[in-house]
Write a protein that binds this ligand. Structure first.
Ligand SMILES: CCOCCOc1ccc(-c2cn(C[C@@H]3NC[C@@H](O)[C@H]3O)nn2)cc1
Length: 448
């Protein structure tokens, strides 16, 4: 048996996002977002599922906070529905929306739980998409206005902030691969979106500093770790491109003031470059306080000329997979955190890590032993990284509860808590009690 001891000030938490849990899509003055549109577009989401009700956390947030108290976490990552705050994206402020988040954040603070707030977790107000969305530079100023409202309103209550969740998903998954909203398949659109959200990030960080918010701010890229299928250069290049498009494409402009040259040249060879305006790169490169990283799996990559915008394909090596089909390999978490040290010994939070395990309730219990095994392996890697002297400050399991898993709808379950989507009854799974023990003791034992 091995005991892994964690620092006393380590932030143990869970994570969710507004569109995935809140529901109340047309309540409280909320305007439509691109995910309302996308999920109501036939064929876009499994089974035609949508976030109209989701986990109904808009009405049940007090019950959710009670679950967090029972779990014993000291940190909770959540996101803001932009179209609750400014229903048409950059017009009038909706006081009901602000009031909802004040009620919620006050409940967290009463419970001694640190709010860890993501401003943008994919739910762009539809009114902005109607005029080009993130491809239109108007969204930059709209986001800065939205973020300024939140900074001023919650200064003193929220101390930990993230501007954007998973910029790769916002730019490439949603506009090049096309499986997330708005569902475009256009490489130039992806580069335009990536660039404009980076400018929005930088200008929002500047606004955060200008206001003098009592807190820290950063961004949360989902990160890939990939190894080449063979030693040949083409396969190595494919793996490098895959790693860089998730992390370097966003963190190089922030930390170095320029895009990674090799990937920039890769896109340029097909005639696509980011739409850089005078002053953009300086605006992006504002110092930040931390990064959140979201890690789920690593992959083995090889060159494939028909392998999409990166000419890359993932090779199935026969590893154990979760129920969404992602291989379980925690080594990638260790490797990618060390890879990110090239940006300096920056404060890092694991803002998402978890497993899609679709076990159901049997005799009142969910025996999700596979999720416990996944968490054990990955939290052990977190401990290794801390032992290496890296500033890894916290771990937030994705997710507190089962929720709307985007294009997969409700069939894919990532929660420590089971949600019955008919009754909305919450049932802690066995993994909830396992994680509760880790959080309570600040250490973890493994039988291996
Ligand atoms: C045909 C090609 O298809 C490619 C699908 O490609 C992906 C890649 C990555 C994801 C993905 C989903 N998640 C979990 C979420 N993170 C944020 C939070 O909201 C969780 O719900 N992380 N990455 C989905 C799909």
């Amino acid at each position: 048996m091995t005991i892994f001891q964690f620092p006393n000030d380590f932030k143990w938490g869970t994570a969710t996002a507004a569109y995935q849990i809140e529901g109340a899509a047309r309540e409280g003055g909320r305007g439509p977002s691109i995910w309302d549109t996308f999920s109501h577009t036939p064929g876009r989401v499994f089974n035609g599922d949508n976030g109209d009700v989701a986990c109904d956390s808009y009405h049940r947030y007090e019950e959710d906070v009670e679950l967090m108290k029972e779990l014993g976490i000291n940190t909770y990552r959540f996101s803001i529905s932009w179209s609750r705050i400014i229903p048409d994206g950059d017009g009038e402020i909706n006081q009901e929306g602000l009031d909802y988040y004040h009620r919620f954040v006050d409940k967290l603070l009463e419970a001694g739980i640190e709010p860890f707030c993501t401003l943008y977790h994919w739910d762009l107000p539809q009114a902005l998409q109607d005029v080009g969305g993130w491809e239109n530079r108007r969204s930059i100023d709209a986001f800065v206005k939205f973020s300024e409202v939140m900074y001023r309103e919650f200064n003193g209550k929220i101390r930990y902030w993230l501007t954007f969740n998973e910029p790769w998903c916002i730019a490439f998954l949603s506009n090049v691969i096309g499986v997330h909203a708005p569902g475009k398949q256009d490489l130039q659109a992806g580069l335009d979106v990536a660039h404009n959200l980076l400018v929005a990030h930088g200008k929002s960080v500047s606004k955060f500093r200008e206001i003098g918010v009592d807190g820290k701010i950063g961004i949360a890229p989902n990160v890939a770790w990939a190894v080449p299928y063979s030693k040949n250069e083409a396969d190595q290049g494919a793996a490098d491109r895959n790693i860089q498009v998730f992390s370097d494409w966003f963190l190089d402009p922030i930390y170095k003031g320029s895009y990674p040259q090799s990937l920039y040249s890769w896109f340029e060879q097909s005639g696509h470059v980011p739409p850089i305006h005078e002053g953009d790169m300086e605006a992006i490169a504002q110092p930040i306080d931390h990064i959140g990283i979201n890690y789920y799996a690593m992959s083995v990559n090889r060159f494939n000329p028909d392998g999409g915008y990166l000419q890359m394909e993932e090779v199935d090596m026969g590893l154990v997979k979760t129920d969404i089909g992602w291989p379980v390999e925690s080594r990638g978490l260790y490797e990618v955190i060390h890879y990110l040290q090239k940006y300096g010994n920056i404060d890092i939070y694991i803002t998402e890590n978890g497993a899609c395990i679709n076990d159901d309730i049997v005799n009142g219990k969910v025996n999700d032993s596979r999720r416990i095994s996944y968490l054990q392996q990955h939290i052990a890697q977190v401990h290794r990284v801390i032992q290496d002297g890296i500033n890894l400050k916290g771990y937030m399991a994705w997710s507190l509860m089962d929720n709307f898993e985007w294009a997969e709808g409700y069939r894919m379950r990532f929660g420590l808590v089971h949600v019955d989507y008919r009754s909305l009854k919450r049932t802690p799974k066995e993994s909830f009690y396992w994680y509760q023990n880790v959080v309570k003791n600040g250490w973890m034992e493994t039988r291996k």
